[in-house]
Design a protein around this ligand. Structure first.
Ligand code: F0G
Length: 461
């Protein structure tokens, strides 16, 4: 059998409101060409993010009813903690309301002026939380990550020699920890290999540096290790997951991705002193240590979600359906970041809209084009997201590099869209490809000092 089917049936449906070309023109103008400012009801297929947008299972909904809402020591917390201990091997589990809350607590404790945090590639909230603490984030992707067409199987890997060099240059005392983002979201959703994680671990051990994971897509990364890394094909994903977490001294996770829930996050720490300080901050800003800003029912949904996500039939479907979108786009003449990753396909907008200069945001032009064409909402990951505001509004440290790629992310919510929805996306992108010269650059007319992509306003040139 060649077709890998969705390993579930659909019990509840959510209607999609169809729009016409005129509606969409009005919607775009009212939102000043920023798709974050468009109402969800005005979107036909929403590929803005895979974060918190997944469908929960009947068992998760059953857990929602079972949720124990006790302030302290809720049964739901212990069920959640048992599940995470079993999955990761970490003894202590701090729940947070989402991933960035775990990041904020961590970097408030270990960040600060003069500190440097290396990562294969920081995601925007991690980068912003590090900068907010006064520290400097440094991205160390491998060279191959900059070539969208190259088919290196683990483009998420860190440049290990680059890490050694950085430690030599700035000194280990300025580096509170080394972070690895699995999968690498800002660099095309590409996985990190076990071999690379081990090599980074070895450097960290030698320099007595803690290694942390930003692990919100750990199960997808583990499945790609099983598919792509030598000698891993016959191993259970759970065992690979164990190997990954076993290497880390600490972990931040947004459960809105591989936790298969709509809200939630966690912070895992081994160091007792750091754990103690993090628990105090958690109580100060999130909630007591057995609920961390969540309801008991949310902890139940996470406990079940973190179980379902390592089911291999689910992961086989998940990875194949993303690859299906990638195959379709490539065949329709749309250049994508190769090879397809796990949670999203990234259009190479610099190639797709090569007539638009980078300072006129080719990625945002493609985002606008896909919405205009078919009501598809996507997200720019390029000069809008990572570029610097003009000097008078500058927040970003001067060391922040210009993004290497201009990408448009088509993120696939988990268990939400069927194959015909994806076929519709492929058709729309193919039609846009046929008249790509009509895409127009944009200029920013208003922007905030940080995380500007969420609220910036544009006009077409
Ligand atoms: N780390 C990574 C790699 C992420 O992709 C995200 C969120 C976070 C941390 C923060 O987690 O949203 O729960 O606070 N990524 C979302 C996205 C927003 O669209 O990729 P959060």
């Amino acid at each position: 059998m060649k077709t890998i089917i969705e390993p579930f049936r659909i019990k509840t449906v959510e209607p999609i409101r169809m729009t016409g070309a005129e509606d969409r023109e009005r919607i775009l103008r009212e939102a000043d060409f920023n798709l974050f400012l468009v109402r969800a009801d005005d979107v036909i297929i929403d590929l803005l993010t895979d974060s918190g947008t997944g469908a929960m299972s009947s068992e998760q909904w059953a857990g929602i009813m079972r949720g124990d809402e006790s302030y302290a020591g809720a049964t739901s917390f212990y069920r959640f903690q048992d599940r995470i201990q079993e999955l990761t091997g970490f003894e202590h589990v701090l729940p947070t309301h989402q991933g960035r809350a775990a990041e904020r607590i961590l970097f408030e404790l270990v960040g600060g002026p003069g500190k440097i945090v290396p990562n294969n590639a920081h995601f925007d909230t991690t980068r912003a939380n590090i900068e907010h603490s006064g520290a400097t984030p440094v991205d160390l992707p491998i060279e191959e990550a900059a070539d969208p067409r190259g088919r290196h199987p683990f483009k998420g890997n860190m440049d290990v020699a680059g890490l050694e060099r950085l430690i030599g240059e700035v000194g280990r005392d300025r580096i509170p920890l080394v972070m690895m983002t699995i999968t690498n979201n800002s660099g095309g959703g590409q996985p990190v290999s076990l071999a690379n994680l081990r090599a980074v671990r070895e450097v960290c051990t030698r320099h007595r540096l803690p290694m942390f994971l930003d692990a919100c897509r750990f199960a997808e990364n583990a499945f790609l290790i099983k598919q792509r890394e030598p000698d891993q094909a016959n191993r259970a994903v759970r065992d690979i997951v164990h190997d990954i977490f076993g290497m880390a001294d600490g972990v931040t996770i947004s459960a809105k991705k591989d936790g298969l829930v709509n809200i939630g996050g966690l912070l895992l720490l081994r160091d007792p002193e750091l754990l103690h300080r993090a628990s105090n901050l958690l109580i100060l800003t999130e909630g007591f240590i057995t609920y961390g800003g969540l309801a008991g029912r949310d902890l139940e949904a996470m406990a079940q979600g973190f179980e379902e996500v390592v089911h291999e039939d689910y992961l086989a479907y998940r990875i194949r359906s993303t690859e299906y979108l990638g195959d379709g786009l490539r065949a329709a003449g749309v250049p994508i970041m190769e090879p397809p990753g796990a949670h999203a396909i990234y259009i190479d907008a610099a190639a797709f809209a090569s007539h638009i200069p980078r300072d006129q945001f080719p990625g945002q032009a493609v985002v606008v084009g896909l919405f205009r064409q078919a009501g598809i909402r996507t997200c720019e990951i390029g000069s809008v997201m990572f570029g610097s505001p003009p000097d008078d509004k500058q927040h970003r440290s001067a060391s922040t590099p210009r993004p290497r790629l201009e990408l448009v992310r088509l993120a696939i919510p988990r268990r939400v869209y069927t194959q015909s929805h994806i076929d519709y996306v492929i058709e729309a992108a193919g039609e846009l490809a046929a008249r790509r010269e009509s895409l127009r650059g944009l200029r920013i007319i208003d922007e905030p000092p940080l995380l500007r992509h969420f609220t910036a306003r544009f006009e077409e040139i």
